[in-house]
Design a protein around this ligand. Structure first.
Ligand SMILES: [Mg+2]
Length: 356
């Protein structure tokens, strides 16, 4: 790493976003550029999200130390950084390596992590789901209908913010409105106790939901295992990022689906390693963002494209931002995102932010 550049940014959200870990109004992070001095430049992004990654201040300090070490010619242990900072650095390195070879990032990743077999197609698009937030029955149905009109074939509905009876009315009304051909998922963000979750799983199976994310608290691995095999898939999300939970070796007994967030996993590499492990265990990986800026969203699309047969992913989050670093390199069309052409993440589309 000859030269390192770190450029802070702050992007407003269109509307405050309620999450299980508090409301967010803006996304603050860092663009990170590496220049290997051989003409190979790469760009990465660190957009920390408290509760999922290291705090902003830690991310800032870690990247500042790394930049100083690079300019003074010292060694620096990237593994000592938090996941968002590691995401930025490893993405920038991967972008530089792929651009140096003149290949797209997803091809470089698939080659490096041996994710594609001989018969696997090289995808040109990645399927994505729309997310429908909590709301009244009418609000939920109209958001679902708009998404289907926009071409989405897979909707994820937020549940668990109201009593199950109220959620039941929302979910039934959506299934009735969109028909049987639209794939539905639910995300409870850990809101239910075991008894409520059991009733909810019965309802979701009845309404032909594909899976429910995190029905129980993040540390209740055993409870999630107990909910499996009842007609609706069980997906783990928060559990994966809860440092108090040690991942079991028999993950396949606890989940049908696992939600992978590259920003919280430390970059494209660790994400693909985990996806490979999940696939070998018979667990389905799904890739999502943590409401990131353009560079990390584009990178997450490449990560998903490197996983053959990936189901619809939670990558349609660009519209949540009122502003962005550059024009969206990964817009959604008819429920799909075209994998960016050009070498690396998106050719030299981001270079002017760091080097001009
Ligand atoms: Mg989730």
């Amino acid at each position: 790493m000859r030269g390192v550049r770190v450029d802070p940014f702050s992007l407003r959200l269109r509307e405050p976003l309620g999450t299980a870990k508090g409301e967010i109004r803006e996304r603050r992070g860092f663009l990170v550029g590496v220049d290997r001095g051989t003409g190979a430049r790469g760009v990465g992004e660190a957009t920390p999200l408290p509760g999922w990654t290291e705090p902003y201040a830690d991310c800032h300090d870690g990247l500042a130390e790394m930049r100083t070490a690079a300019s003074d010619g010292w060694g620096f242990d990237v593994e000592a950084l938090g996941p968002a900072a590691r995401h930025a650095v490893s993405l920038a390195e991967a972008d530089a390596a792929a651009r140096n070879r003149g290949v797209a990032l997803h091809d470089w990743l698939a080659d490096r992590f041996e994710t594609r077999r001989g018969g696997d197609d090289r995808p040109t698009t990645v399927p994505v789901n729309a997310t429908v937030g909590d709301g009244t029955v009418d609000e939920t149905v109209s958001a679902a209908e708009v998404a289907v009109e926009d071409g989405f074939g897979c909707l994820k509905l937020k549940v668990g913010a109201r009593p199950l009876g109220a959620d039941e009315r929302r979910l039934r009304a959506v299934r009735e409105a969109v028909g049987d051909d639209v794939v539905l998922r639910a995300d409870a963000n850990g809101a239910w106790d075991r008894e409520t979750a059991e009733t909810a799983v019965e309802l979701l199976a009845d309404l032909d939901f594909a899976y429910v994310e995190q029905p129980l608290a993040s540390d209740d691995l055993h409870g999630h295992a107990e909910l499996r095999g009842r007609g609706v898939g069980i997906a783990l999300d928060e559990t994966l990022y809860d440092s108090s939970v040690s991942m079991p070796t028999n993950l396949r007994e606890h989940a049908d689906v696992v939600v992978l967030k590259p920003m919280a996993l430390g970059g494209p590499g660790p994400t693909l390693s985990l996806a490979q492990y999940l696939r070998r265990s018979g667990v389905t990986p799904v890739v999502t963002t943590t409401v990131d800026a353009a560079v990390a969203r584009a990178a997450a699309v490449h990560v998903a494209a490197a996983i053959p047969g990936i189901p619809p992913c939670g990558l349609a989050t660009g519209d949540l931002l009122a502003e962005d670093l550059v024009d969206d390199p990964v817009p959604v069309t008819d429920g799909e995102i075209a994998v960016p052409e050009g070498s690396g993440v998106a050719g030299d589309a981001f270079d002017h932010r760091l080097w001009d």
